[in-house]
Structures are given as structure tokens and as C-alpha cells.
Design a binder for this molecule. Structure first.
Ligand SMILES: Cc1cc2nc3c(=O)[nH]c(=O)nc-3n(C[C@H](O)[C@H](O)[C@H](O)COP(=O)(O)O)c2cc1C
Length: 323
């Protein structure tokens, strides 16, 4: 990478039969990566791909990757076919989620215990579609980089076009730092693009992850929720002002009201607020106020009151702070 991070992130990257314009992508975030949130992110721009999605706007199809999980190769292949027919950019297979409900059904990260079945799913999906196929995965269930490297090679051999690697063992709920060094090992072991993922909070983290691991791109999760303009900030060097925080939160409130009924809208806003409030030194007071709000009008009032004074920003948002 040259010294210029933004320039690097703006270099197109080939993924299978297609290309993306920016090497910074949104990691899948259940509930949070919803249609309203993505519309907000699209107003700032600066990303290569967005994910996941079950409802979308027509104009975003070409930059959407829909993530699927499941344990049956044929069902997964059918799902992928359906996604391809919708004209989306690609499909992503979830071998990363270690949520107990998912793992109990032998889906998500549980499949990393059964590399033969995981590879069979990738191969079956590959045979069913021609559009880009990506795989998101973790280290495995033991902290050994050799496991991740072997999995990566098997996914490549089975026909994956790119990998999104979150270097934590499966049961780890983000309590310990991800092992970025393993991203470098996975990258060395395959010939398809590798996106690094995990604990990238700012420009410096992003630069370090790319420099230390040689990864081809970066997938951002929680930080994209806290600062929906972060893609534009890193790839286009847009200027960030204190007014952007209230403005983004109010824009999201309006977009949620447009796309959802009032109950669903406020539920989603509260999930967003968990990460958004971590931006501020006294964010917990804002968060508890929003949690108690009965409707979006009340949310607006709470936001406007909080931002009457320019809030102090945490130097590094603590995303586990409220849990
Ligand atoms: C609320 C939430 C929902 C998530 N949902 C998914 C999901 O549906 N699929 C998936 O592969 N990963 C999911 N993840 C994991 C993220 O994609 C990502 O790997 C993780 O947050 C680490 O990246 P970050 O440090 O940039 O947040 C989720 C994470 C969070 C915090």
C-alpha cells in the first residue's frame, strides 16, 4: 500500500466476475444493516459493497451482497439462485456467526467444526450461480491459525471468489482483540481477495490492518453504525464536523419512519443508538434516554437537547460499554 490510505481504498478490486470500486465494505449486521441504515450510508458514499439485505431499493442492487446461512447444500444453492435472479452483486455464506440459536441448528460458525460439509456448501452454491460468491468466517473453534488457513484454502478450492475473515475463535463474543496476524496468514495462503475484519475503529486502524496483513480490503461492522460516514471519511477524506452526529441520527430517524411502521422503526433506532452513543464521553445518558423514548418524536427531542452543547467525543468508542 502507498502511504495514502484513501488512494489505496479507491483502487478497484476484482471479485469473481465483477469488480468493486472501493475496498471498504459494510460487514453483515443483523437488524442494523437495514434498508434505512443503508440509505443513510449511501448519502455519504465511499463504500464498495453493503450487506446484508432482505429488502432493498432498486438503485442499490448492484452494490448489495446478501448473506445466507444454513446447513443443507441444496437449500443454500437454491437461496443463492434466488439472490442472483434478483440482480444483486453477490451472495455471502455465513460461517462466522457463533450465536447459540444459529449454532444449535448446525449453521453459521458451527459449520467450521465440519470443514467437509462447509466446503460442500460452498461447492454446491458455486455450481448454482455465476455471480460473486464470498465466504465470511472465523478462525474456528480452537485458537490455531492453521485451522483458519486450511479452511480458507478449502473455501477457495470449492469456488469462493473472496473471503471475509474475522480472526476470532467462534465462541469469542468480541471480548478479546481479534488476531490480525492470522489475516496475514490467510492472505498468504490463497489467491482470492481477502477482506480483514474486526476492531477497525478509525483511519489508523484501517491503515495498520492493511499494512500488517496485506489484506485486499476491509469490512467494517460496528464503527459503520457509530459513524455512518466512515466509508466516505476513509476513502474520500471528507471533512467531519461535530454537526454530523446529530444530523446523521435525525436522518436515520426519518428514514426508519419512511421504511417501517412506528413500532419497528423505534426498535431499530434503539439498536442503532447502542453503537451511536458510544461516540460520546457521556453517551450513556443519551442512550438511556433514547431507550426510554416511547416514539420517534420523543427521540428527536432527546437528541436535540443532547446536542445543544457540542458533546465530547470518546477518543475510541467503547462498543462494549453499554452491554
Ligand atoms: C449487532 C451485530 C450483528 C451482527 N450480525 C452478523 C451477521 O448477521 N452475519 C455475520 O456474518 N456477522 C455478523 N456480525 C459480525 C460482524 O459482521 C463483524 O464480523 C464483527 O462485528 C466484527 O467487526 P467490527 O469490529 O468492525 O464490528 C454482527 C455483529 C454485530 C455487532
Amino acid at each position: 500500500m502507498t502511504d495514502n490510505l484513501a488512494e489505496y481504498l479507491r483502487q478497484p478490486l476484482k471479485i469473481g466476475s465483477k469488480s468493486i470500486e472501493k475496498r471498504l465494505v459494510l460487514a453483515p449486521l443483523t437488524f442494523l444493516g437495514n434498508i434505512a441504515f443503508r440509505e443513510l450510508v449511501s448519502r455519504y458514499g465511499g463504500y464498495g459493497l453493503l450487506s446484508p439485505c432482505y429488502r432493498w431499493r432498486d438503485e442499490e442492487r448492484s452494490q448489495l451482497v446478501c448473506q445466507i446461512f444454513g446447513a443443507d447444500p441444496l437449500t443454500m444453492a437454491n437461496a443463492a439462485r434466488r439472490i442472483e435472479s434478483e440482480g444483486l452483486f453477490g451472495v455471502d455464506i455465513n460461517f462466522g456467526c457463533s450465536n447459540a440459536t444459529i449454532c444449535r441448528r448446525n449453521c453459521g460458525a458451527a459449520l467450521l467444526k465440519d470443514p467437509d460439509l462447509a466446503a460442500a456448501i460452498v461447492a454446491e452454491v458455486r455450481g448454482a450461480v455465476t455471480f460473486p460468491l464470498t465466504v465470511k468466517f472465523r478462525i474456528g473453534w480452537r485458537d490455531d491459525p492453521a485451522i483458519a488457513v486450511r479452511l480458507a484454502q478449502r473455501f477457495e478450492d470449492a469456488g469462493a471468489d473472496a473471503l471475509i475473515f474475522h480472526p476470532r475463535v467462534a465462541p469469542d463474543r468480541r471480548s478479546r482483540p481479534p488476531k490480525w496476524a492470522y489475516i496475514g496468514m490467510v492472505k498468504q495462503a490463497v489467491n482470492i481477495p481477502v477482506f480483514g475484519n474486526g476492531d477497525v475503529f478509525d483511519r489508523d486502524d484501517c491503515r495498520r490492518m492493511i499494512q500488517e496483513t496485506g489484506c485486499d480490503g476491509v469490512a467494517l461492522g460496528r464503527m459503520a453504525v457509530a459513524r455512518p460516514w466512515i466509508f466516505a471519511e476513509l476513502t474520500e477524506n471528507i471533512q467531519i464536523g461535530p454537526e454530523m452526529f446529530m444530523d446523521a441520527a435525525l436522518q436515520l430517524a426519518r428514514l426508519l419512519e419512511t421504511h417501517y411502521d412506528p413500532v419497528a422503526a423505534i426498535k431499530r433506532f434503539k439498536r442503532f443508538a447502542f453503537y451511536f452513543c458510544a461516540n460520546f464521553c457521556f453517551g450513556h445518558s443519551l442512550y438511556s434516554g433514547i431507550l426510554k423514548a416511547g416514539d420517534m418524536k420523543e427521540v428527536d427531542t432527546i437528541l436535540r437537547r443532547f446536542f445543544e452543547k457540542v458533546p465530547d467525543l470518546s477518543s475510541r468508542p467503547n462498543m462494549n460499554f453499554f452491554s
